[in-house]
Design a protein around this ligand. Sequence first.
Ligand SMILES: [Zn+2]
Length: 340
Amino acid sequence: MIYLFLALALALWLMGRAMNVPRAARMLMIALLYAGFSALAVVTEGTENAREWLAVGIAAALVWVYSRALGRLRTRMGAEPQPQITPKDSSVELDRNARHIVLREIGGPGQKRLKNARVLVVGAGGLGSPALQYLAAAGIGTIGIIDHDVVDNSNLQRQVIHTDARIGMPKVFSAEQAIQAQNPFVAVRPYSRALTADIAPGLFDDYDLILDGTDDPDTRYLVNETAVRAKLPLISAAISQWEGQISIFDPSRDAPCYACVFPKAAAPGLAPSCAEGGVLGPLPGVLGTMMAVEAVKLLAGAGQPLLGRMLIYDALYAETRAITVNRRADCAVCGNASLA
Ligand SMILES: [Zn+2]
Protein backbone atom coordinates (compact mmCIF):
# COMPACT_ATOMS: atom_id res chain seq x y z
CA MET A 1 0.00 0.00 0.00
CA ILE A 2 2.84 2.42 0.90
CA TYR A 3 4.61 1.67 -2.37
CA LEU A 4 1.42 2.25 -4.32
CA PHE A 5 1.05 5.63 -2.55
CA LEU A 6 4.69 6.60 -3.26
CA ALA A 7 4.33 5.64 -6.94
CA LEU A 8 1.09 7.62 -7.26
CA ALA A 9 2.63 10.63 -5.47
CA LEU A 10 5.64 10.60 -7.77
CA ALA A 11 3.40 10.30 -10.86
CA LEU A 12 1.24 13.21 -9.63
CA TRP A 13 4.31 15.35 -8.95
CA LEU A 14 5.87 14.72 -12.39
CA MET A 15 2.54 15.14 -14.22
CA GLY A 16 1.95 18.39 -12.36
CA ARG A 17 5.42 19.62 -13.28
CA ALA A 18 4.91 18.72 -16.94
CA MET A 19 1.63 20.65 -16.91
CA ASN A 20 3.22 23.61 -15.09
CA VAL A 21 0.99 23.21 -12.03
CA PRO A 22 2.35 25.44 -9.23
CA ARG A 23 4.54 23.74 -6.65
CA ALA A 24 2.15 24.52 -3.79
CA ALA A 25 -0.83 22.95 -5.64
CA ARG A 26 1.17 19.78 -6.32
CA MET A 27 2.15 19.65 -2.63
CA LEU A 28 -1.53 19.95 -1.65
CA MET A 29 -2.60 17.14 -4.02
CA ILE A 30 0.03 14.83 -2.58
CA ALA A 31 -0.92 15.78 0.98
CA LEU A 32 -4.57 14.93 0.20
CA LEU A 33 -3.46 11.65 -1.40
CA TYR A 34 -1.43 10.88 1.71
CA ALA A 35 -4.35 11.62 4.04
CA GLY A 36 -6.69 9.42 1.98
CA PHE A 37 -4.25 6.53 1.73
CA SER A 38 -3.21 6.57 5.37
CA ALA A 39 -6.84 6.70 6.55
CA LEU A 40 -7.73 3.83 4.21
CA ALA A 41 -4.73 1.84 5.47
CA VAL A 42 -5.70 2.30 9.12
CA VAL A 43 -9.32 1.31 8.36
CA THR A 44 -8.52 -1.77 6.27
CA GLU A 45 -5.30 -3.03 7.87
CA GLY A 46 -5.75 -1.82 11.43
CA THR A 47 -3.20 0.22 13.42
CA GLU A 48 -0.21 -2.09 12.85
CA ASN A 49 0.90 -0.12 9.72
CA ALA A 50 0.19 3.28 11.25
CA ARG A 51 3.82 3.69 12.32
CA GLU A 52 5.09 3.24 8.76
CA TRP A 53 2.60 5.81 7.44
CA LEU A 54 3.60 8.21 10.17
CA ALA A 55 7.29 7.80 9.19
CA VAL A 56 6.52 8.55 5.54
CA GLY A 57 4.52 11.62 6.58
CA ILE A 58 7.27 12.97 8.84
CA ALA A 59 9.94 12.38 6.18
CA ALA A 60 7.86 14.24 3.57
CA ALA A 61 7.24 17.12 5.99
CA LEU A 62 10.97 17.42 6.72
CA VAL A 63 11.86 17.53 3.00
CA TRP A 64 9.20 20.18 2.48
CA VAL A 65 10.41 22.40 5.36
CA TYR A 66 14.03 22.05 4.19
CA SER A 67 13.24 23.01 0.57
CA ARG A 68 11.14 25.98 1.73
CA ALA A 69 13.99 27.26 3.90
CA LEU A 70 16.48 26.82 1.05
CA GLY A 71 14.21 28.63 -1.40
CA ARG A 72 13.70 31.51 1.02
CA LEU A 73 17.45 31.83 1.55
CA ARG A 74 18.03 31.92 -2.22
CA THR A 75 15.41 34.62 -2.75
CA ARG A 76 16.90 36.69 0.01
CA MET A 77 20.41 36.41 -1.44
CA GLY A 78 19.16 37.31 -4.90
CA ALA A 79 17.15 40.26 -3.63
CA GLU A 80 20.02 41.67 -1.59
CA PRO A 81 21.12 44.95 -3.16
CA GLN A 82 24.47 44.49 -4.94
CA PRO A 83 27.09 47.12 -4.17
CA GLN A 84 26.78 49.36 -7.21
CA ILE A 85 29.62 51.69 -8.06
CA THR A 86 28.33 54.82 -9.64
CA PRO A 87 30.74 57.21 -11.31
CA LYS A 88 29.54 59.85 -8.86
CA ASP A 89 31.09 58.04 -5.90
CA SER A 90 34.38 59.91 -5.74
CA SER A 91 35.54 58.29 -2.49
CA VAL A 92 35.51 54.88 -4.23
CA GLU A 93 37.48 56.34 -7.12
CA LEU A 94 39.99 57.94 -4.77
CA ASP A 95 40.46 54.67 -2.90
CA ARG A 96 40.81 52.75 -6.17
CA ASN A 97 43.64 54.99 -7.37
CA ALA A 98 45.35 55.28 -3.99
CA ARG A 99 48.43 53.29 -5.10
CA HIS A 100 49.03 55.82 -7.87
CA ILE A 101 48.46 58.80 -5.64
CA VAL A 102 51.12 57.67 -3.16
CA LEU A 103 53.66 57.43 -5.99
CA ARG A 104 55.73 60.61 -5.77
CA GLU A 105 55.98 60.89 -9.58
CA ILE A 106 52.19 60.70 -10.08
CA GLY A 107 50.47 61.89 -6.91
CA GLY A 108 47.08 63.58 -6.78
CA PRO A 109 47.80 66.07 -9.60
CA GLY A 110 49.11 63.30 -11.89
CA GLN A 111 46.08 61.12 -11.25
CA LYS A 112 43.85 64.09 -12.01
CA ARG A 113 45.64 64.53 -15.33
CA LEU A 114 44.99 60.85 -16.10
CA LYS A 115 41.32 61.37 -15.23
CA ASN A 116 41.07 64.38 -17.55
CA ALA A 117 42.98 62.68 -20.38
CA ARG A 118 41.40 61.47 -23.61
CA VAL A 119 43.32 58.62 -25.21
CA LEU A 120 42.55 57.06 -28.59
CA VAL A 121 43.65 53.46 -29.16
CA VAL A 122 43.82 52.41 -32.80
CA GLY A 123 43.29 48.64 -32.98
CA ALA A 124 41.77 46.44 -30.26
CA GLY A 125 43.93 43.43 -31.10
CA GLY A 126 47.04 41.95 -29.51
CA LEU A 127 48.69 45.23 -28.52
CA GLY A 128 45.45 47.12 -27.98
CA SER A 129 44.08 44.49 -25.56
CA PRO A 130 46.55 44.90 -22.67
CA ALA A 131 47.03 48.60 -23.45
CA LEU A 132 43.27 49.21 -23.09
CA GLN A 133 43.00 47.09 -19.97
CA TYR A 134 45.79 48.94 -18.18
CA LEU A 135 44.73 52.39 -19.41
CA ALA A 136 41.27 51.68 -18.03
CA ALA A 137 42.57 50.31 -14.75
CA ALA A 138 44.91 53.29 -14.40
CA GLY A 139 41.92 55.63 -14.43
CA ILE A 140 42.25 57.31 -17.83
CA GLY A 141 39.03 59.34 -17.98
CA THR A 142 38.10 58.90 -21.65
CA ILE A 143 39.21 56.06 -23.89
CA GLY A 144 38.36 55.89 -27.60
CA ILE A 145 38.77 52.59 -29.48
CA ILE A 146 38.67 52.29 -33.24
CA ASP A 147 38.71 48.88 -34.98
CA HIS A 148 36.68 47.39 -37.83
CA ASP A 149 37.23 43.72 -36.92
CA VAL A 150 35.10 41.21 -35.05
CA VAL A 151 36.49 38.86 -32.41
CA ASP A 152 37.79 35.69 -34.07
CA ASN A 153 38.59 32.36 -32.45
CA SER A 154 42.24 32.61 -33.53
CA ASN A 155 42.58 36.02 -31.78
CA LEU A 156 42.09 34.59 -28.32
CA GLN A 157 45.60 33.09 -28.09
CA ARG A 158 46.84 36.64 -27.31
CA GLN A 159 44.02 39.22 -27.40
CA VAL A 160 43.18 38.98 -23.74
CA ILE A 161 40.52 41.71 -23.55
CA HIS A 162 38.15 39.50 -25.58
CA THR A 163 36.44 36.30 -24.45
CA ASP A 164 35.31 33.03 -25.97
CA ALA A 165 31.67 34.06 -25.46
CA ARG A 166 32.22 37.24 -27.50
CA ILE A 167 33.53 35.56 -30.67
CA GLY A 168 31.78 37.27 -33.60
CA MET A 169 31.16 40.54 -31.71
CA PRO A 170 32.82 43.72 -33.03
CA LYS A 171 36.10 44.08 -31.13
CA VAL A 172 35.35 47.62 -29.98
CA PHE A 173 32.15 46.52 -28.23
CA SER A 174 33.83 43.49 -26.70
CA ALA A 175 36.59 45.77 -25.39
CA GLU A 176 34.01 48.27 -24.15
CA GLN A 177 32.29 45.53 -22.12
CA ALA A 178 35.58 44.44 -20.58
CA ILE A 179 36.56 48.00 -19.67
CA GLN A 180 33.18 48.87 -18.16
CA ALA A 181 33.29 45.67 -16.09
CA GLN A 182 36.77 46.51 -14.83
CA ASN A 183 36.38 50.24 -14.26
CA PRO A 184 32.98 51.97 -14.53
CA PHE A 185 34.69 55.34 -13.97
CA VAL A 186 36.02 55.26 -17.55
CA ALA A 187 34.04 56.79 -20.42
CA VAL A 188 34.48 54.49 -23.43
CA ARG A 189 33.91 55.64 -27.01
CA PRO A 190 33.82 52.68 -29.41
CA TYR A 191 34.17 53.28 -33.17
CA SER A 192 33.38 50.05 -35.02
CA ARG A 193 34.88 51.00 -38.37
CA ALA A 194 38.15 51.28 -40.24
CA LEU A 195 40.28 54.38 -39.76
CA THR A 196 40.25 56.23 -43.08
CA ALA A 197 41.89 59.44 -44.26
CA ASP A 198 38.57 61.31 -44.35
CA ILE A 199 37.63 60.66 -40.71
CA ALA A 200 41.08 60.54 -39.08
CA PRO A 201 41.72 64.31 -38.62
CA GLY A 202 38.30 64.98 -37.06
CA LEU A 203 38.59 61.95 -34.80
CA PHE A 204 42.13 62.76 -33.59
CA ASP A 205 41.03 66.31 -32.70
CA ASP A 206 38.98 64.87 -29.82
CA TYR A 207 42.02 63.26 -28.17
CA ASP A 208 45.23 64.19 -26.33
CA LEU A 209 47.24 61.06 -27.09
CA ILE A 210 47.17 58.34 -29.73
CA LEU A 211 48.20 54.70 -29.28
CA ASP A 212 48.78 52.65 -32.40
CA GLY A 213 48.65 48.88 -32.14
CA THR A 214 47.51 48.00 -35.65
CA ASP A 215 49.27 45.50 -37.89
CA ASP A 216 48.30 47.18 -41.15
CA PRO A 217 51.11 49.31 -42.74
CA ASP A 218 48.72 51.71 -44.51
CA THR A 219 46.88 52.43 -41.26
CA ARG A 220 50.21 52.98 -39.46
CA TYR A 221 51.26 55.64 -41.96
CA LEU A 222 47.83 57.27 -41.82
CA VAL A 223 47.90 57.33 -38.00
CA ASN A 224 51.39 58.85 -38.08
CA GLU A 225 50.52 61.53 -40.62
CA THR A 226 47.35 62.51 -38.79
CA ALA A 227 49.11 62.63 -35.41
CA VAL A 228 51.93 64.79 -36.83
CA ARG A 229 49.44 67.25 -38.34
CA ALA A 230 47.47 67.43 -35.08
CA LYS A 231 50.73 67.76 -33.08
CA LEU A 232 49.71 64.80 -30.92
CA PRO A 233 52.17 62.36 -29.35
CA LEU A 234 51.92 58.88 -30.86
CA ILE A 235 52.84 55.81 -28.85
CA SER A 236 53.52 53.14 -31.41
CA ALA A 237 54.45 49.49 -30.94
CA ALA A 238 54.82 46.56 -33.30
CA ILE A 239 55.43 42.86 -32.88
CA SER A 240 56.57 40.04 -35.08
CA GLN A 241 57.00 36.39 -34.04
CA TRP A 242 59.34 36.75 -31.00
CA GLU A 243 60.35 40.40 -31.20
CA GLY A 244 58.69 43.69 -30.43
CA GLN A 245 59.54 47.37 -30.56
CA ILE A 246 58.08 50.53 -29.07
CA SER A 247 58.68 54.26 -29.26
CA ILE A 248 56.88 57.58 -28.84
CA PHE A 249 56.80 59.62 -32.03
CA ASP A 250 56.28 63.35 -31.71
CA PRO A 251 58.06 65.91 -33.93
CA SER A 252 56.44 68.72 -31.91
CA ARG A 253 58.69 67.62 -29.01
CA ASP A 254 61.69 67.19 -31.26
CA ALA A 255 61.32 63.42 -31.48
CA PRO A 256 61.07 61.71 -34.86
CA CYS A 257 57.81 60.64 -36.42
CA TYR A 258 57.12 57.08 -37.52
CA ALA A 259 58.05 57.88 -41.13
CA CYS A 260 61.42 59.32 -40.03
CA VAL A 261 62.34 55.86 -38.72
CA PHE A 262 60.45 53.76 -41.28
CA PRO A 263 60.39 55.88 -44.44
CA LYS A 264 58.70 53.22 -46.54
CA ALA A 265 56.51 50.24 -45.76
CA ALA A 266 58.37 46.95 -45.80
CA ALA A 267 58.06 45.23 -49.14
CA PRO A 268 55.24 42.68 -49.12
CA GLY A 269 56.58 39.35 -47.84
CA LEU A 270 59.48 40.90 -45.89
CA ALA A 271 57.36 41.60 -42.83
CA PRO A 272 55.10 38.59 -42.33
CA SER A 273 51.75 39.17 -40.61
CA CYS A 274 50.83 37.35 -37.40
CA ALA A 275 48.73 34.92 -39.44
CA GLU A 276 51.60 34.08 -41.79
CA GLY A 277 54.63 34.22 -39.49
CA GLY A 278 53.05 33.35 -36.15
CA VAL A 279 53.42 35.34 -32.95
CA LEU A 280 54.16 34.44 -29.36
CA GLY A 281 50.95 34.87 -27.30
CA PRO A 282 52.39 36.84 -24.34
CA LEU A 283 54.57 39.07 -26.57
CA PRO A 284 51.85 41.68 -27.33
CA GLY A 285 51.12 41.55 -23.59
CA VAL A 286 54.65 42.83 -22.89
CA LEU A 287 54.64 45.52 -25.60
CA GLY A 288 50.99 46.57 -25.13
CA THR A 289 51.58 46.97 -21.40
CA MET A 290 54.67 49.08 -22.15
CA MET A 291 52.43 51.29 -24.31
CA ALA A 292 50.17 51.82 -21.29
CA VAL A 293 53.21 52.52 -19.09
CA GLU A 294 54.47 55.20 -21.50
CA ALA A 295 50.96 56.67 -21.78
CA VAL A 296 50.62 57.02 -18.02
CA LYS A 297 54.14 58.53 -17.73
CA LEU A 298 53.53 60.98 -20.55
CA LEU A 299 50.11 62.11 -19.29
CA ALA A 300 51.13 62.36 -15.64
CA GLY A 301 54.47 63.97 -16.48
CA ALA A 302 56.51 61.24 -14.75
CA GLY A 303 60.07 60.21 -15.60
CA GLN A 304 61.60 60.18 -19.08
CA PRO A 305 59.22 59.26 -21.85
CA LEU A 306 60.43 57.05 -24.70
CA LEU A 307 60.92 60.02 -27.04
CA GLY A 308 63.83 59.83 -29.48
CA ARG A 309 64.53 56.25 -28.44
CA MET A 310 63.19 52.93 -29.57
CA LEU A 311 63.05 49.99 -27.21
CA ILE A 312 63.51 46.57 -28.79
CA TYR A 313 62.59 43.41 -26.93
CA ASP A 314 63.76 40.02 -28.12
CA ALA A 315 61.68 37.48 -26.23
CA LEU A 316 63.45 34.42 -27.61
CA TYR A 317 66.81 35.46 -26.10
CA ALA A 318 65.37 37.55 -23.25
CA GLU A 319 67.20 40.68 -24.36
CA THR A 320 66.21 44.33 -24.51
CA ARG A 321 68.06 47.22 -26.07
CA ALA A 322 67.25 50.86 -26.65
CA ILE A 323 68.44 52.56 -29.80
CA THR A 324 68.46 56.28 -30.51
CA VAL A 325 66.13 57.38 -33.29
CA ASN A 326 66.38 60.81 -34.90
CA ARG A 327 64.28 63.11 -36.97
CA ARG A 328 65.09 63.30 -40.64
CA ALA A 329 65.15 66.66 -42.35
CA ASP A 330 63.99 65.00 -45.54
CA CYS A 331 61.09 63.09 -43.91
CA ALA A 332 58.09 63.08 -46.22
CA VAL A 333 55.72 63.60 -43.29
CA CYS A 334 57.47 65.91 -40.81
CA GLY A 335 60.56 67.06 -42.72
CA ASN A 336 61.34 70.64 -43.82
CA ALA A 337 59.79 70.16 -47.25
CA SER A 338 56.52 68.80 -45.91
CA LEU A 339 56.01 71.61 -43.39
CA ALA A 340 56.94 74.42 -45.77
ZN1 LIG B 1 59.12 62.35 -39.78
